[in-house]
Design a protein around this ligand. Structure first.
Ligand SMILES: *Cc1c(COP(=O)(O)O)cnc(C)c1O
Ligand SMILES: [Zn+2]
Length: 415
């Protein structure tokens, strides 16, 4: 039995019974993205610290009381969540922080945080008796949906913009999704997917329409809280495209406050790429979000028309956090730094949070006395072309010791 008691529109604030809802607010239409409401009083009785201590489930299903699903199909899915939270030494010292923790969500089954949402979508589709599930995506939502759907025997139709990196495209094809590569940007791709989904009656995984996707993504915050023994950090830094991930981070901590497992919300740092920063701009100007160009190597957050701006802005405002924007060069530098100091390889959008911490420290938001958590949202092997840009070239020589010594000695001299 799920503890969902209804939905609340983020735009008009109207509340609806669970049965009345398909995806968005019946009054506001597509812009009326909904929040899922839970019976926290009941959940509080069930999901105690003891409950979690005695729970041997290592996937996100350990948080089932806070998820909008029945238990029927859970044993059929890929194992999503339960990713490590590393206490940093190397990167912490370089950044000059009191404490730094790194949540490596690139270790999910299809190698990004998106699995947390996709696995919810496929279970919901099974509950609803759907056979096909669809979405449009810059890459990870799609590859993640395709993998999670393959595991439970659902068909997938995926709409991707032309520019999706080859690693993500390959994942889609291996998971046997029907892939429609659209000559157009993400906005146009999204529009087409919506029309096709309406036409065929498929289940819709588009994060900005389906209110359950934030519920999946919030499990990253539930895990962070539990892994930190319910002692909250000062900041949590996360990259922002559509705004669903950051909305999920906020919702996870919010839920835990409601059921009394933590006592305060950490400040949330939203990080966008300078070449595509509509939410960052809106946050600091106080004006509505305006469509912008999509001009960054961080393809997963290259979203010129963000679909979840209300949740993305609310999360940061309510938490007392802020937004920063970083350049592509700063993202590449963060990628190399993270790999070098921590042995973690993130894709560009995956390490944008790290670049954001550096920026927020320069701008005086984060200080050396702060404890910070950052989420690596996607694995670097998805986009090795940008990885090579960040890393530089290997040593190139002929097979003789003298040339090796000639190249190698200056390297160790530098150490
Ligand atoms: C999707 C994604 C994000 C951003 O999530 P939004 O919900 O679009 O804000 C960040 N990093 C990676 C790797 C992603 O795939
Ligand atoms: Zn509404």
């Amino acid at each position: 039995m799920s503890y969902v008691i209804g939905y609340k529109c983020t735009l008009c604030h109207e509340e609806f019974a669970p049965e009345a809802i398909e995806y968005t607010c019946p009054e506001c239409g597509e812009k009326g993205i909904l929040d899922v409401l839970y019976d926290y009083k009941q959940i509080k009785k069930v999901m105690t610290k003891e409950y979690l201590k005695d729970n041997s489930e290592q996937s996100i299903w350990r948080y089932l009381p806070l998820l909008p699903l029945e238990s029927t199909y859970l044993d059929r899915t890929l194992k999503v969540g339960g990713t490590p939270l590393y206490k940093s030494e190397g990167l912490k010292n370089v950044l000059g922080l009191k404490e730094l923790y790194i949540k490596d969500d690139g270790l999910n089954p299809t190698a990004s945080l998106k699995d947390r949402a996709s696995v919810i979508a496929v279970v919901k589709a099974l509950e609803l008796g759907k056979e096909t599930i669809a979405c449009s995506s810059t890459g990870n939502a799609a590859s993640s949906l395709a993998g999670n759907a393959a595991r439970v025997g659902l068909k997938t139709v995926i709409f991707v913009p032309e520019r999706a990196p080859i690693g993500k495209l390959t994942q889609l094809l291996i998971y046997n999704a029907t892939v429609v590569s659209v000559k157009g940007d993400y906005g146009e791709t999204f529009g087409l997917s919506k029309k096709a989904i309406d036409h065929y009656g498929w289940y819709n995984r588009n994060a900005a329409i389906n209110p359950l996707m934030v519920e999946g993504k919030k499990t990253v915050a539930l895990e962070i809280a539990e892994q930190m023994n319910f002692v909250m950090p000062d900041w949590v830094a996360v990259s922002v495209g559509d705004g669903c991930t950051i909305g999920g981070v906020y919702k996870g901590f919010y839920d835990l406050i409601q059921i009394g497992l933590i006592d305060r919300m950490p400040k949330i740092l939203g990080v966008q790429a300078e070449g595509c920063a509509p939410i960052h701009k809106a946050f600091h100007s106080g004006k509505p979000v305006e469509p912008t160009e999509e001009n960054t190597i961080a393809d997963s957050i290259s979203v010129g028309i963000p679909r979840n701006p209300i949740k993305a802005l609310t999360a940061v405002k309510e938490s007392g956090g802020t937004y920063v924007a970083v350049t592509d060069d700063e993202i590449l530098a963060a990628m190399a730094l993270l790999g070098r100091t921590e042995g973690i390889f993130g894709e560009p959008a995956g390490v944008t949070g790290v670049a954001g911490i550096i920026k927020a420290k320069e701008e005086g938001f984060i200080t050396e006395n702060d404890c910070v958590v950052t989420v690596i949202t996607g694995n670097g092997l998805k986009d090795v072309i940008n990885g090579m840009k960040a890393s530089g070239d290997p040593i190139k020589i002929g097979p003789d010791l003298a040339s090796f010594i000639e190249k190698y000695e200056p390297i160790i001299a530098e150490d």
